[in-house]
Design a binder for this molecule. Structure first.
Ligand SMILES: Cc1cc2nc3c(=O)[nH]c(=O)nc-3n(C[C@H](O)[C@H](O)[C@H](O)COP(=O)(O)O)c2cc1C
Length: 342
């Protein structure tokens, strides 16, 4: 596979900017790295049937989701340790997303107080990991909503972190101030019940919706039956993800899972996807396969490493331009028409 030149350049700049162990933490997948290696290639296998003689209406990438107007159907996925990648961390991501007019999903392990992220004015969603004792994480969830989080994204694929070789022994040192600063004391300490929940079920969706009063996305869905159960349990959005190949290695690529999940959801709620989405053409592949929104995880982190907020804003602007061109060449004028291209 050839990597698009600007993606390779961005990756190389990040490699030079980051300490080796941080670069490895960001780029690696779990175990044998099969899923992380397959993700981008799977999008490139999608083929289009472009339309012609359509009268040529200029593309409009505007996307509305849960009452928020986004300038494009591409957002930033939640990633932890952003302040290890760049001192401005989540704030830089927020400024870039604000400039681009799109949504930032903030990791519940973020190294920046939720109130500071909200104060930037960005449209943001909170990604949540639930604790074994649900009550322990409730104060952080309430704090996020008070700080303006407009949705909660429940990550359901992480009962334990998938093992990544050479990451757990890396010299990360003291992570206070860059990791989990929004966690209540009970979750930061060794309190019984503070570990990740291993018993997530459909009831957790309604619990979260009740507690927070905002729409709940379910992130980490790869199967149509699970998508159906999530929607039946009250999910306001289904997020197709294999966690960037960082959980169960050899999980199917999201490009493969997306069409069957989208079919099961059947338009009842929006569908998002992440994993190997790099270029505007990848985004078009995702939209044409049934996604309403696509998210990027590692690319914004790599852009952050070498360029801070302007690096991430530059990435989003490039993807936006590429997507606009792709719509124009495909003969469609909006993301919603992308399904027509298959
Ligand atoms: C360094 C790193 C940290 C991540 N941290 C989280 C996290 O805290 N919560 C979460 O739900 N997903 C997390 N993810 C997964 C991303 O949200 C996303 O699913 C994945 O990165 C998408 O694939 P991509 O990196 O190929 O774009 C992380 C991914 C990376 C690379």
């Amino acid at each position: 596979m050839t990597t698009p030149g600007w993606v390779a350049a961005l990756a190389e700049e990040a490699r030079r900017a980051l300490p080796a162990h941080v670069h490895h933490y960001v780029t690696t997948g779990s175990r044998d790295g099969v899923s992380v290696a397959e993700a981008a290639e799977a999008w490139r296998a999608v083929r289009f049937r472009p339309r012609v003689l359509t009268g040529g209406v200029a593309p409009d990438l505007t996307t509305e989701v849960h009452g928020s107007r986004l300038t494009m159907p591409v957002g930033i996925a939640p990633t932890s340790l952003q302040r290890l990648v760049h001192p401005d961390g989540e704030l830089a991501m927020a400024r870039a997303a604000l400039e681009a007019g799109t949504v930032l999903t903030v990791s519940s392990n973020a190294g920046t107080p939720f109130a500071d992220i909200g104060a930037t004015g960005v449209t943001w969603w909170l990604q949540a990991y639930l604790t074994a004792d649900r009550d322990l994480i409730a104060p952080a969830l309430r704090a996020a909503v008070a700080a303006g989080a407009r949705a909660v994204v429940l990550t359901v694929d992480t009962p334990v972190p998938g093992h990544k070789y050479d990451v757990h022994d890396a010299p990360f040192g003291d992570l206070s101030g860059v990791y989990g600063v929004n966690h209540p004391d009970a979750v930061r300490g060794a309190t019984p019940g503070a570990q990740h929940a291993t018993d997530l079920g459909p009831d957790d969706i309604a619990w979260l919706a009740d507690l927070t009063g905002v729409p709940v996305w379910v992130k980490g869905v790869l199967r149509s039956d699970d998508a159906g159960r999530a929607v039946a349990a009250g999910a306001s959005g289904v997020w197709v993800s294999n966690h960037g190949g960082r959980q169960l290695d050899r999980s199917i690529p999201t490009a493969v899972a997306l069409p069957e999940v989208a079919a099961a959801v059947g338009g009842r709620v929006p569908v998002a996807v992440d994993g190997g989405v790099r270029t505007g053409l990848d985004v078009l592949a995702a939209l044409s396969s049934g996604a309403d929104l696509a998210f990027q995880g590692r690319l914004p982190l790599l852009a952050l490493a070498s360029g801070g907020a302007s690096g991430v804003a530059g990435l989003l602007s490039r993807v936006r331009d590429e997507l606009e061109e792709a719509l124009l060449l495909g003969g469609i004028s909006s993301p919603a028409q992308a399904a027509d291209l298959r």
